[in-house]
Ligand binder design. Structure first.
Ligand SMILES: [Zn+2]
Length: 153
């Protein structure tokens, strides 16, 4: 699979093929016994009831930032730009995903911001090399409209 300039996904099975604007749906798992959904998938049993009948599902593309922090020091193996924002995003009913928040300055993010799942490229090595396509969240259209409305006041 190639997309967004030919970069390959950081791992297989995490998200759908990005559209022309880089929008994706994350691929999670749903438990047939209790209905719990979670991300990432690839589990053998449910995180709530330990049921083993799990199916792969496309999670909601839209969500809300529950909480976030700004990372100023690179963790081991991270070669992307600093600082960056990372947030816990709630998708749909009760699926929480920890991912990078992109598309605006790290300090500009707020809890409650509306977001949409997207892909972005990160270098795989200190000297660059082929980037990896990673999942993250960017401001959704409604969030962009709200910011514009706040500025015009
Ligand atoms: Zn379950």
């Amino acid at each position: 699979m190639t997309a967004a300039g030919g970069a390959a996904p950081v791992a297989a099975g995490l998200f759908t093929n990005p559209d022309a604007e880089g929008a994706i749906r994350l691929l999670g798992q749903r438990c047939r016994a209790c209905g719990a959904c979670f991300f990432p998938g690839g589990r053998m049993s449910c995180i709530r009831c330990f049921g083993t009948e799990l199916e792969t599902v496309e999670l909601d593309g839209a969500g809300k930032v529950e909480c976030l922090t700004v990372v100023r020091q690179a963790p081991k193996g991270y070669y992307g730009p600093l600082p960056y924002a990372i947030g816990s995003v709630v998708l749909g009913a009760d699926v929480r995903v920890l991912a990078q928040l992109v598309g605006r300055a790290p300090e500009a993010w707020r809890c409650g911001d509306a977001v949409a799942a997207c892909v972005f490229e990160l270098p795989r090595a200190r000297d660059g090399g082929d980037p990896a396509l990673c999942y993250g969240f960017r401001p959704s259209a409604s969030a962009a409209e709200r910011t514009a409305a706040e500025r015009s006041r």
